[in-house]
Design a protein around this ligand. Structure first.
Ligand SMILES: C[S@@+](CC[C@H](N)C(=O)[O-])C[C@H]1O[C@@H](n2cnc3c(N)ncnc32)[C@H](O)[C@@H]1O
Length: 261
C-alpha cells in the first residue's frame, strides 16, 4: 500500500528559513559561529542561555549542537516561527524550551521559569524594538544574567548619524548581497518563505495575522525609521549594568556586541 506523506517537512522548512535569512545576511553562519564560540570561551561547556527573538531556533540549534550539556530557553512572540521550531527541533527534548512572550511586555522574563541565566543571546531581532523598549529589555536582561555572565547581540547596528559614508557602504553591500541571493541565485525571499510556511502551518499563520492586527505593527518596522544605532545599544547596556561592552565580530554594520554582567 502506498502512503501519502502529508506531514510538512519541518527540517526542510527550517533550512529554507536559514537560506532566506542568509540571503539578507551572507555571513550569517560566520556570525553565529563567533557567538557560539564566545559562549564556550567565557562560560565553559555547561550553561543555560536565553535566546531572545529566537524565531524557529537557528541560533539555539547551533548552541545545542556545539555544547551537549547546554540548555536553551528560546523566546519569541511569533506563533508560526515558534510552532516550526517546536516541530523541527523536537529532538533536543528538554534541553530546548520554548516560551511565547512579547519582549516589549515587561513581564517576559518572569515567564522563563528560571531566576537567572548564564547568558542572553539574540540575532537579527532586537532591531525591531523602539529605543524605549530596548532600554527596558536590556534592563530586565541585566537582572536575569548572573554576574560574570554575558549578553551577545548579533544584528545590524547602524553607524551613528553623520557616518554617512560608512552607512552608505553598508547599505550598498546589503543591496548587492540580496540581489545576488534572490535575483541571481533564485533563493526564495522573505515573502515567498512566508507563503510556503503559511500553507504548512495554517492555524499558526492565522493566529499570527490576528496577533499582528491586534498589535498594530508590533512586530514590524515603522516606515522611514532607521534601526537603533550601535551607540544606543551601548548606552542601554551600560545603563542596565553591563560592562566591557565591545564588538567581537563585524562586517560593516552587521556586528556581534558582547557585554559582560
Ligand atoms: C528576522 S527574525 C530572526 C530570528 C532568529 N533570531 C534568527 O536569527 O533566525 C526576527 C525575530 O524577532 C522576533 N520578534 C520581533 N519583535 C519581537 C517582540 N516584540 N517579542 C518577541 N519576539 C520578537 C520575530 O518574531 C522574529 O522571530
Amino acid at each position: 500500500m502506498t502512503t501519502v506523506d502529508t506531514e510538512p517537512r519541518w527540517a526542510d522548512l527550517l533550512s529554507a528559513w536559514d537560506a532566506q535569512q542568509t540571503g539578507y545576511l551572507p555571513r550569517r553562519e560566520e556570525r553565529f559561529a563567533a557567538m557560539v564560540q564566545a559562549l564556550g570561551a567565557v562560560l565553559g561547556d555547561r550553561f543555560t542561555v536565553v535566546d531572545l527573538g529566537c524565531g524557529p531556533g537557528s541560533l539555539s540549534q547551533r548552541i545545542l549542537d556545539t555544547y551537549p550539556e547546554a540548555t536553551v530557553i528560546a523566546v519569541d512572540a511569533d506563533p508560526l516561527l515558534l510552532q516550526l521550531g517546536r516541530n523541527a527541533l523536537a529532538g533536543y527534548g528538554d534541553r530546548l524550551r520554548w516560551v511565547d512572550a512579547d519582549l516589549r511586555d515587561p513581564t517576559w522574563a518572569g515567564r522563563l521559569g528560571v531566576d537567572a541565566v548564564d547568558a542572553a543571546v539574540s540575532t537579527t531581532a532586537l532591531h525591531w524594538l523602539e529605543p524605549g523598549a530596548l532600554f527596558s529589555l536590556y534592563r530586565r536582561a541585566g537582572q536575569l544574567v548572573r554576574p560574570g555572565g554575558v549578553l551577545l547581540n548579533g544584528d545590524n547596528l547602524p553607524y551613528d548619524p553623520g557616518h554617512t559614508i560608512h552607512q552608505r557602504l553598508a547599505d550598498a553591500a546589503t543591496e548587492r548581497a540580496t540581489h545576488q541571493a534572490f535575483t541571481v541565485a533564485g533563493v526564495p525571499d522573505w515573502d515567498r518563505w512566508w507563503t510556503t510556511a503559511g500553507d504548512a502551518l495554517a492555524d499558526a499563520a492565522r493566529e499570527r495575522l490576528e496577533r499582528r492586527a491586534r498589535a498594530d505593527e508590533r512586530y514590524g518596522p515603522r516606515d522611514g525609521d532607521r534601526l537603533t544605532s550601535l551607540t544606543t545599544h551601548v548606552t542601554a547596556l551600560t545603563e542596565a549594568g553591563f560592562g566591557q561592552i565591545g564588538t567581537i565580530w563585524q562586517d560593516l554594520d552587521d556586528r556581534v556586541l558582547l557585554a559582560v554582567r
